[in-house]
Design a protein around this ligand. Structure first.
Ligand SMILES: [Mg+2]
Length: 407
């Protein structure tokens, strides 16, 4: 259960954040527009992390989201979010105190230290928390140097091709085709659709229906749009082989997560048997998971998520690894800031696309002034420092540090 800080500590924290309390009827607390200092004046050698806060933001519509803020002793701070609840809890438990006094520039040192600090560091919520810390530190460094993260990473392109990720749209044939045509008109030259409602228990009829989805979409968009398909772990090898044999004629760009990520052998076998590139990776933790799949020729598309796999720092390493194997890295799009900046930092041959989950992104960045949204299928990065996150005070009713610790 979240434990709120005492009011005095809370107000002190807000003062440090540049957040001024307003004593209105609802005792609303609003951030100032200068919530995060750019800190261009602070590039001193003794820069240290001075405080780590998990901020719970509550909207006037009662919506709540968590952001991670990392302060330094000399002014600049880093902000990243929204972060997953599980990541926030682990940041609070395992990372908040060890971060104090660390050099925010020495991200490789810190990442490695924390990866070795727990016998359970290889996956799950621990590495999600490490990802959140890593991403907030990248934002901090961007604000320190007055540059967007993708520029710090050595990138130069600020326009990224987005693919429409169509989770949640109707699969009724006429609605399916109408939406695919609509998205094409909006400039989406790449669309991912989901074939996760059936599977082995449906028998040959299930395969028939899942191939029909492919055929309907190809008929709807013609030959000049890439179509991708996500089975969301719902298939087994026989089902996947039956589907790929029949779907190949419609030229899917990839089939994603036909099996659970744990089932490496099934990925190897499917990749051996089909010409359709096989994709997975949103559940990869660190470069070591990716390496197992690439060295076995199990996939051609790596979908590591920079909020789950170890952060921007780890995803950059994964891109290097994938480039050696001739594989693409197209990060999972459950969020966008870190993914966009890593993609922009890499050669387009390695990272050609960004996933844009249309329905989720409608509200995911609710509290931010600059919500990433493709125009004509293109996502454009700004030149704001860090990830360019600025909170929209007009939507915020309350912002406060939270903790799950008992003391
Ligand atoms: Mg997926």
């Amino acid at each position: 259960m979240i434990k709120y800080m005492k009011r005095r500590n809370f107000l002190t924290s807000l003062a440090a954040l540049g957040v001024a309390p307003h004593l209105g009827a609802c005792a609303e607390i609003m951030p100032t527009t200068n919530l995060i200092g750019t800190g261009s004046q602070s590039k001193r050698a003794n820069l240290k992390i001075s405080k780590v806060e998990i901020l719970q933001i509550t909207g006037k519509n009662k919506r709540k989201m968590l952001y991670l803020k990392i302060h330094t002793n000399e002014g600049p701070s880093g902000l990243y979010g929204p972060i997953d609840n599980e990541a926030a809890m682990f940041v609070d438990q395992f990372f908040r105190r060890p971060l104090i006094g660390q050099d925010p520039l020495a991200y490789n040192t810190y990442w490695d230290k924390m990866f070795r600090a727990s016998r359970h560091s290889r996956g799950s919520h621990y590495i999600m928390a490490l990802s959140a810390v890593d991403n907030a530190l990248w934002d901090l460094r961007g604000r320190l140097f007055g540059l967007p993260v993708y520029r710090l990473l050595g990138g130069s392109r600020n326009k990224l091709r987005a693919y429409a990720s169509c989770l949640g749209f109707s699969q009724e044939p006429s609605a399916l085709q109408a939406k695919a045509r609509e998205l094409k008109q909006q400039g989406y030259l790449h669309q991912k659709w989901f074939v996760r409602d059936r599977g082995p228990s449906f028998g040959p009829g299930g395969v028939e229906e899942d191939v029909k989805v492919v055929r309907l979409l190809r008929e709807a968009v013609g030959d000049d749009v890439d179509l991708m398909f996500d089975a969301f772990w719902k298939w087994d090898l026989q089902y996947a082989l039956a589907w790929t044999r029949r779907a190949e004629q419609y030229r899917p760009r990839w089939i994603e997560e036909p099996f659970q990520t744990a089932n490496l052998d099934a990925f190897i076998e499917l990749s051996r048997e089909t010409s359709i590139p096989v994709a997975t990776g949103e559940h990869f933790y660190s470069r070591y998971d990716v390496h197992k799949f690439l060295k076995n020729d199990a996939i051609m598309v790596v979908q590591a998520d920079p909020e789950w796999c170890g952060g921007v720092s780890e995803l950059v390493k994964i891109c290097t690894l994938a480039s050696v194997h001739g594989a693409n890295v197209i990060p999972h799009g459950h969020s966008l800031h870190a993914a966009m900046h890593v993609v922009a930092s890499q050669p387009i041959e390695v990272c050609p696309l960004v996933e844009y989950l249309i329905q989720k992104m409608n509200s995911y960045y609710y509290f931010e002034k600059h919500q990433p949204k493709p125009v004509n299928g293109i996502l454009e990065l700004s030149d704001r420092p860090g990830f360019g996150i600025e909170l929209d005070e007009s939507k915020i009713q309350d912002i406060r540090p939270v903790s799950w610790q008992q003391t």
